[in-house]
Design a protein around this ligand. Structure first.
Ligand code: NCD
Ligand code: ZN
Ligand code: ZN
Length: 346
């Protein structure tokens, strides 16, 4: 392929990441720290990170899991519940916690403690709006009557539009968007609404889950959608629009719990995150738009400084391993064992 042999970018950040805890975290944190300057760390541990004190002790454990000499700054979030007291918000702000995460109860991995009715959180959302803390949203309804593939689009009507109306100054990130409807909603929603987009939703449509048999490593939530949605996400990510930015949603699970009768949702991409995005951007003829998406739009929206260092991607084909050690088990990365055109120089 004709194209640049290398691509140097301002060091990027990952605005949506699952690091887990303990031995699992020790296995994955070095992958993220090798690529990104910062990452927004999701709070959906088995015991949710619901208080400032819990987030600060989690942050210490994360810092210990990053190998010495790697310059990586975890940005912490709290898990919003029906009962998060408004008083927690000032404590969170004073501790540099950047956001609260809304999981509709039952929507995804470790979301049982999530919000059952958004109106129960309104006093806390008011405090967040005042304090400048962001609201990060897993944007799917949980209504079993709604088709699984429609749950994001229905969430826009039932939750996002009323929320936006009731809290016009709250900064909201619609996480891991997967549909044309969500891309369009965010594009038109004004300066306080942004979205993260994963590499896997840019690279694959829902056929990937069923190619040659059911493939649990392509199952995540929100689930991959039709090709027309993938194309809409590629257009949004490569548009140069400042309210679309990189969030891998890298979500490691042990292989035996994904290759299971009711396999866990989540794709692991942190081992080659920037490379996977580079493949998607190059396929769209938009490598020149990768730096804004990966390195500028996120910090600008969050009101944080852009990173100062750089990373270089080289057109240097390699094959990521089919699995990594992961605590007592194994972790199978997305597209492991398949050749990848780009490689991050470290
Ligand atoms: C995430 C996880 O495993 O924690 N899974 C996923 O499929 N995306 C949770 C989430 O981000 O919804
Ligand atoms: Zn989610
Ligand atoms: Zn996630």
């Amino acid at each position: 392929m004709n194209g640049p042999a290398t691509l140097t970018l301002t060091r990027p950040d990952d605005w949506h990441l699952h690091l887990r805890d303990g031995a699992a975290m020790a296995a994955v944190a070095p992958h993220t720290a090798a690529q990104f300057g910062r990452a927004i760390v999701m709070p959906n541990l088995k015991l949710p990170v619901a208080t400032t004190a819990q987030a600060l002790s989690y942050k210490e454990r994360i810092i210990k899991a990053v190998p010495a000499g790697m310059d990586f700054d975890p940005l912490m979030t709290l898990y919003l519940t029906d009962n998060t007291p408004p008083e927690e918000i000032a404590r969170a702000r004073d501790a540099d916690i950047v956001a609260l995460k809304l999981y509709p109860a039952g929507a995804t991995t470790n979301s049982d403690a999530g919000v059952t009715d958004i109106r129960k959180t309104y006093r806390t959302l008011e405090a967040m709006q005042r304090a400048g803390l962001k609201l990060l949203v897993h944007g799917e309804v949980t209504d079993p009557a709604i088709d699984l593939f429609d749950r994001e689009a229905v969430f826009i009507d039932r939750v996002m539009i009323p929320l936006r109306r009731d809290f016009p100054a709250l900064k909201i990130v619609f996480e891991h968007i997967t549909t044309q409807e969500a891309a369009q909603y965010v594009a038109e929603a004004g300066e306080h609404t942004a979205a993260t987009i994963t590499a896997h939703h840019l690279l694959y449509n829902r056929n990937a889950i069923f190619l040659g048999g059911i493939r649990p490593h392509y199952y995540c939530l929100p689930v991959l959608k039709r090709e027309l949605h993938r194309q809409a996400l590629v257009r949004a990510a490569t548009s140069g629009g400042a309210r679309f930015f990189l969030g891998t949603d890298s979500a490691p699970h042990p292989a035996h719990l994904k290759e299971h009768a009711s396999g866990c949702a989540g794709c692991y991409t942190a081992h080659a995150a920037l490379e996977l995005y580079a493949v998607a951007f190059e396929a769209a003829g938009a490598l020149d738009k990768l730096e804004g998406f990966a390195s500028f739009h996120g910090p600008d929206f969050y009101g944080l400084p852009r990173n100062t260092g750089q990373v270089t991607l080289a057109r240097e084909p390699w094959t990521p391993p089919e699995s990594y050690p992961f605590g007592d088990g194994q972790l199978k990365p997305l597209a492991g064992g398949e050749p990848l055109a780009w490689r991050l120089r470290v």
